[in-house]
Design a protein around this ligand. Sequence first.
Ligand SMILES: *Cc1c(COP(=O)(O)O)cnc(C)c1O
Length: 435
Amino acid sequence: MKYYSTNHSVPEASLSEAVVKGLASDRGLFMPERIERLPAGFFDGIDRMSFHEIAMSVARSFFADDIEPEELDVIVKDTLSFPVPVVRVEDDIYSLELFHGPTLAFKDVGARFMARLSRYFISRGSDHRTVHVLVATSGDTGSAVANGFLGVEGVCVHVLYPKGKVSPIQECQFATLGHNITALEVDGSFDDCQRLVKGAFMDSELTGKLLLTSANSINVARFLPQSFYYFNAYARLKEQGRDEEMVVCVPSGNFGNLTAGLVAHRMGLPVKRFIAANNANDIFLGYLRSGVYAPRQSVATIANAMDVGDPSNFARILDLYGGSHSEISGMISGAAYDDSQIADTMRDCYRRTGYVLDPHGACAYKALREQLRPGEVGVFLETAHPAKFRDTVNTILDTEIAVPERLSAFMKGVKQSVSMTNDQTDFKDYLLTLV
Ligand SMILES: *Cc1c(COP(=O)(O)O)cnc(C)c1O
């Protein structure tokens, strides 16, 4: 399978090239040249398949040309070493719990798949230099990618994060690891971190001297596997006879997760429509309403992994629908909530149902409650465990939520970050010391 750039001004790339480059050299995002519809029989019998079997079928559709079936099977199995249950919260609203992985957020799925795919290509490649993974994070990407790659030979990970803008719990999950993981604490915003990473890939001196790769949600090896669990959500609802008129609501920042859902839909998954839930960073909602995409500086919110002012994957959404605003707004509706609405939602849901939402999932839950129509069944993606935002959640709910063991283990580690300005030349100097 070949991968083209959403800017269409460079030749198509192979899977391994697309994974290593991350971003195409014309600054476009890679897309698979074909998104094949799965046969109707697959959907008829999907409720009798396990998550792993479903994921294998979807994975084969993209990766069978490039990876031997047994190898792909191992990569998928290792990636999905934890459950992804669909939990009923109330009436017609279900939570797709994506937080049962090692770092308690959905990004574990894409990050673990990408780390394993990279190891596969590195071990077969002819270039034996160290691979440097550059990743900008607003919170959860850094921990998922760092833990996905921790201890993988031949790979060093450099995590850029905005100083003071990620929670201490998030920070300890990537800044305490050591070994092949370095955390860079950038004096700036998440958008600055993302700009530094993109700038490094555009710098021919750097790309000539170092083998650089990106692990942001723009990387095809992270974004495509996120489609696996949309199929699983459908299968688990079908098992309960609740698969008619499924509406999926995704709390969105860089829009990688939602785009993976749109890809699943293109492969034939019977989703009636999608809802994109935002925090106060409502650029996408603005686009849906006006047809004009107007990126701007992000603002800080309590759902900080969604604090994105210029969502990278918007380019992929445009590409999937040929740039048609009417098709996009016909398929996806939007919503945006400020911090006090998010907090009210968390309190309200907790009091009525006992279900503890994290601030990201709360945006999606609220959007579903407001927009679900009679006869529809709604699934929202619960993208992180509430304990990742423990102080915020405890204060809002006025309670003391339980912290899972795998999270408290991280909190015992010692922070070992390197300080960095938001200046491109400083970042370049740092990278040149790695040559
Ligand atoms: C990253 C993240 C999001 C946003 O996902 P995108 O794919 O960037 O839209 C939402 N919730 C949580 C908890 C996250 O970590």
